[in-house]
Write a protein that binds this ligand. Structure first.
Ligand code: GH3
Ligand code: MG
Ligand code: MG
Ligand code: MG
Ligand code: MG
Length: 315
């Protein structure tokens, strides 16, 4: 970080203005000058100096008033102040510190001593800036790490082709839902869909068409389910739908709508146009049932559907 400092000089005496500005130039400090307290307060609205050299006796509002204003303003409260004044009364000096002054120099001042007192204050300023920049850097690293973590968690929960939840994610979600279900005793239904004769799509129209069709089927299913249902890719052309707070009796019409929608749809890809159907195994959780046993049940239902003509729902 560059050591460039801007110093505000608040001084009504032309002579001392000259001494102080010469000192600024000699030490390569940027500076701004105010000749009275009100002008200083006005300039502080647009300029945020690193240090204020503040005379006490000023026309209108005093250096003490300026100091109070600086300390009571959120944007400026941290700016160090060195009082430079001909007041060397003990009480005045104490007042200067009580009001929040950082240092107190009496006129006539020794230039070298003033320089080292200025340097002393600016060292603090520099260290604080450095610390702030480290904190900012840490915060931005932290935000980036958090975003990366969220992104990788997202990727780990998804299926690449369809963007649906993947099998691993839905399995762990299902276990969590099941615990809630056992607590509040509401129903959860599970439906396993398998596209009928999907192999033919790949064989007849090619694998890219198969990929396209899988996504198309997903869109059709998604159009018929609710926001709080979980659709996942269970395997190649199989999808597991989890319907929280739903009995199999109330899930059935939803499954019928899904099968009818797919049945009614004409898939088009390239020069090809074709029809597809789904078979579905549907069930809901029995009290205290392990999730593996309902999975077996819908798998068996699906198998039965495949062997009794496909394009149907077996409960
Ligand atoms: P069934 O009615 O008995 O379910 O017949 P099917 O042809 O759908 O079932 P089968 O298990 O014989 O074939 C499934 C096919 O799904 C074979 C496999 O290549 C295809 N498949 C699985 N995943 C993908 C994929 O990601 N993309 C494409 N294009 N095809 C896939
Ligand atoms: Mg004065
Ligand atoms: Mg299959
Ligand atoms: Mg199939
Ligand atoms: Mg087959």
């Amino acid at each position: 970080m560059e050591k460039i400092f801007k110093i505000m000089i608040v001084e009504d005496s032309k002579l001392y203005q000259k001494y102080l500005t010469d000192l600024m130039i000699k030490n390569h400090y940027e500076y701004i000058c105010a000749f009275n307290g009100l002008e200083a307060i006005g300039l502080l609205r647009e300029n945020k100096p690193d240090l204020i050299l503040l005379d006490v006796h000023l026309p209108g509002c005093s250096g003490y008033d300026v100091c109070k204003h600086v300390r009571n303003t959120p944007d400026t409260y941290h700016i160090p102040i060195i009082f430079i004044t001909s007041n060397n009364d003990q009480n005045d000096i104490v007042t200067g510190f009580q009001l929040g002054g950082n240092d107190y120099v009496t006129k006539p001042f020794n230039e070298t001593i003033l320089e080292s007192r200025i340097t002393n204050q600016l060292d603090h300023v520099y260290n604080r800036k450095l610390l702030n920049s480290y904190i900012q850097e840490l915060e931005s690293i932290n935000t980036k790490l958090k975003e990366e973590k969220e992104h990788s968690e997202y990727l780990a929960s998804r299926d690449h082709l369809t963007g649906l939840y993947n099998r691993r994610f839905i399995q762990s979600t299902l276990k969590e839902l099941l615990l809630d279900h056992q607590l509040d005793q509401t129903s959860i239904s599970l439906a396993l869909f398998d596209i009928d004769d999907f192999k033919l799509v790949n064989d007849q129209y090619g694998h890219p068409c198969g990929d396209y069709t899988l996504n198309e089927v997903v869109t059709l299913i998604q159009s018929k389910i609710r926001d709080y249902d979980y659709l996942s890719r269970w395997g190649g052309e199989e999808f597991l739908l989890v319907l929280p707070h739903t009995t199999k009796e109330s899930a059935l019409p939803i499954m019928e709508r899904i099968l009818n929608t797919v049945d009614a749809h004409t898939f088009t890809y390239d020069k090809y146009s074709f029809k597809l159907t789904l078979t579905c195994g549907l069930s809901d959780f029995k009290p205290n049932e392990k999730y593996i046993s309902i999975l077996n049940r819908i798998d068996e239902a699906l198998y039965e559907g495949k062997h009794t003509g496909k394009n149907r729902i077996i409960i």
